[in-house]
Design a protein around this ligand. Structure first.
Ligand SMILES: NC(=O)c1ccc[n+]([C@@H]2O[C@H](COP(=O)([O-])OP(=O)(O)OC[C@H]3O[C@@H](n4cnc5c(N)ncnc54)[C@H](O)[C@@H]3O)[C@@H](O)[C@H]2O)c1
Length: 292
């Protein structure tokens, strides 16, 4: 497969697999920027609610004065769902945002490889899985067209995307995707394919220290969040952030970072206890805070 094929970026048809917390938001980024987007999820209820979640994002943009009502109504048509992967055969880019499990993702990429056109780019939103490992699940000819696009939550608001090239990713493909991301209002940075990429290494060093402060009774959860917001200028505190993203995922990422870099990423016992108790955060109604 050559790397010179160009899809017209302003008309790129986008597929998103996984309509959970990240997938629905990633789909909305492309749909709002004018792209035709198809979304799928193996869970019928999650898939069924995706258009409403897209409408809610549009309504928020209208309420903030970022979007005219007429435009919001028009953009709704850009977002459609499908229960099967076959329609992804017509996509130029497919973003994978399914659960963070290596075998699930590999099986999905193998299926997408069989369905998608030769020049279609496959992008993973994985937080921790090496892109080069995912590339091993597709035919050698596809590997130049598989890369990581790591969005941040909430993807409709956070501008950063880490663009990760695996060992076989063509530089031209990473550049083309970076250009597409800029066109939809994101700021891509190029990051090498190492565990945790760049941002999660910074973030988890910080989250681990925040939990350690609570364990050592230096400060309570609320005051650390206040400190980070008012003293460091963070929009949300570390405990609010863990609750927003899911403590189970936070622990999973730290286990992987510990495996890669050793003791400096050892997850704290209090985080493990929270996860063991099912206190995952907003998703379950209780985490570091309680939610109605
Ligand atoms: N939550 C975050 O803050 C965050 C941030 C950056 C990246 N990520 C990454 O994004 C990905 C998704 O995370 P999330 O928080 O949206 O998870 P989520 O659990 O909210 O959503 C995952 C969705 O994938 C669906 N799914 C699982 N296997 C599937 C398959 N084979 N085919 C179709 N759908 C399938 C599930 O039904 C679920 O709806 C993960 O790789 C995660 O590491 C998450």
């Amino acid at each position: 497969m050559g790397t010179g094929e160009e899809f017209a970026m302003e008309h790129a048809r986008i597929g998103v697999v996984g309509a959970g917390m990240m997938g629905a938001e990633i789909a909305s980024v492309f749909a709002i920027a004018g792209h035709e987007v198809r979304v799928t999820d193996r869970d019928a209820a999650t898939l069924g609610s995706a258009p409403d979640r897209f409408s809610a994002i549009l309504e928020r943009s209208v309420a903030k004065g970022e979007l005219a009502i007429d435009d919001a109504q028009r953009l709704q048509a850009n977002f459609s769902t499908t229960a099967t992967l076959e329609p992804f055969g017509a996509c130029d880019v497919v973003v994978e945002a399914i659960s963070e499990e290596m075998e699930l993702k590999k099986a999905l990429f193998a299926r997408l490889d069989a369905i998608c056109a030769a020049q279609c780019v496959l992008a993973s939103n994985t937080s921790t899985i090496p892109i080069s490992s995912l590339a091993a699940s597709v035919a050698p000819a596809r590997r130049s067209h598989l890369l990581g696009t790591h969005f941040f939550s909430p993807a409709s608001r956070m501008p950063l995307v880490e663009v990760i090239a695996g060992i076989a990713t063509a530089d031209a493909v990473a550049e083309r995707i970076s250009t597409l991301l800029r066109k939809v209002g994101k700021t891509p940075i190029r990051v090498r394919d190492v565990p945790g990429f760049a941002v999660n290494r910074l973030l988890h060093a910080f989250l681990i220290e925040a939990v350690r402060l609570v364990e050592e009774n230096v400060c309570d959860v609320e005051d650390i969040d206040v400190a980070c917001k008012l003293g460091l200028g963070h929009p949300v505190g570390p405990f609010q952030l863990m609750d927003l993203s899911d403590n189970t995922l936070v622990l999973q990422v730290q286990e992987i970072l510990k495996g890669a870099y050793g003791e400096r990423f050892l997850p704290r016992p209090l985080l493990k206890l929270k996860v063991a108790a099912g206190e995952r955060g907003r998703k379950t109604g209780r985490g570091w805070y309680g939610y109605a």
